[in-house]
Design a binder for this molecule. Structure first.
Ligand code: NAD
Ligand code: DAU
Length: 336
């Protein structure tokens, strides 16, 4: 099988490529990644000489390049995106370009080259927000109601992917997944930001009252869900993928990290809230469980500890990232 993976130098994409080549060593993967600030080839160092792996630096918005690569492909797994909500608030333009136009370019090429499967990796953020302390969860019937430029651009890409199935019968599947955590996550996202700030002796910025809830999933569980969808998923279908069965507020996650790292709550710094901040996400993953037999297998507390250890043991990886462009972004985002 020949796979074209887009955005494979990012957090989930690189975890996915490592997962896939370990499980299916005979398959061939082309990784198309622009290497934006979020792309990092160090993530894939262990496979860079693998003859079944090829890296191509390029933009998914480039139709000639995409077409050239799609000609040689059976399956596209589409991760490439601008993925950080706060950056989308500071500057929506790259989100519109990559997440919408880039997806359109890939869809056109997939259609032209009669791709066997186009899998689109999307997010639970397209559904908007749930009430705090409610039992409600996002499910297949939840209407789209995105609030940030990021989630609106991902919602738009989901609609395009579905339109290519309904109109042109492009064999596609979509997964809408909740918040991932684990090794190789860029330290602008809550969990790696908190861990790396604490290692550096800095405080952890908590937005608003900190009582926002996300549905956390260990990244390997997400990779396994995509694998199952590619193997057994029904063409034209959307699968919701999530982790926790009980709500945990951001503040409680920070307190867990502080405890693991032997720090006290003086390290918490309340900062201005994110505009349009979604209060609560929770995903009902019963359908993928029933139809494909998937469920999250990595316990949150145990894998949070493993994630803390990974950032402690891989300081060179993130210290190189937390300079230059990152520093400028951090100052802009967290200035009072
Ligand atoms: P990331 O920001 O870590 O990585 C994105 C990758 O895409 C980077 O390697 C970047 O260089 C690449 N890229 C960006 N623009 C590109 C372009 N125009 N052409 C080619 N490559 C480009 O993101 P992530 O957290 O790994 O998320 C991957 C996908 O999963 C995204 O589509 C995101 O919306 C989705 N998702 C993420 C989460 C999460 O918790 N991180 C949850 C659900 C869904
Ligand atoms: O739900 C899936 C989504 O999860 C993905 O689609 C996105 O790509 C991914 O970035 C993530 O979005 P969030 O906005 O939920 O993740 P983030 O890590 O930015 O924030 C998690 C929560 O923590 C959120 O309520 C905002 C809060 N937060 C975040 C940062 C960076 C803080 O309180 N302080 C911070 O400094």
């Amino acid at each position: 099988m020949k796979l074209l993976v887009t955005g494979g130098a990012g957090f989930i994409g690189s975890n996915f490529i490592l997962y896939w080549l370990k499980k299916y060593p005979q398959d061939k993967i082309i990784n198309l990644d622009k290497l934006t600030y979020a792309g990092n080839l160090e993530n894939l160092k262990s496979i860079e000489k693998n003859p079944n792996y090829e890296f191509v630096q390029g933009d998914i918005c480039n139709p000639q390049l995409v077409n050239q690569l799609t000609e040689k492909t059976d399956i596209i797994v589409h991760f490439a995106a601008e993925s950080h909500v706060d950056r989308s608030i500071l500057d929506p333009a790259p989100f519109i370009k990559t997440n919408i136009e880039g997806t359109y370019v890939l869809l056109e090429s997939a259609l032209k080259n009669k791709i066997k499967r186009f899998h689109h990796v999307s997010t639970d953020e397209v559904f908007g927000a749930l009430e705090l302390n409610s039992e409600e969860k996002f499910n297949d019937a939840t209407p789209y109601n995105p609030h940030s430029p990021y989630s609106a651009s991902k919602a738009s890409s989901d609609h395009l992917v579905r339109a290519y199935f309904d109109t042109y019968e492009l064999p596609m599947t979509i997964s809408n997944c909740s918040n991932n955590f684990g090794p190789l996550q860029f330290p602008e996202k809550l969990i790696p930001l908190a861990i790396t700030n604490l290692i550096e002796g800095k405080k952890v910025p908590v937005y608003g009252d900190g009582l926002y809830v996300r549905d956390w999933l260990y990244v390997e569980d997400h990779c396994r869900a995509i694998d199952l969808i590619l193997q057994k998923g029904k063409v034209g279908k959307t699968y919701l993928v999530g982790g926790l069965t009980e709500d945990i507020a951001n503040l409680d996650i920070i307190k867990k990290i502080l405890k693991i790292m032997g720090k006290d709550e003086m390290q918490i710094e309340y900062v201005k809230d994110r505009p349009g901040h979604d209060r609560r996400y929770a995903v009902d993953w019963s359908r993928i469980n029933k139809e494909l037999g998937w469920k999250p297998e990595h316990n949150f507390d145990e894998y949070l500890r493993i994630t803390v250890d990974w950032y402690k043991n891989n300081q060179e990886w993130w210290k190189r990232i937390k300079t230059g462009e990152y520093q400028k972004y951090y100052e802009k985002q967290y200035s009072k």
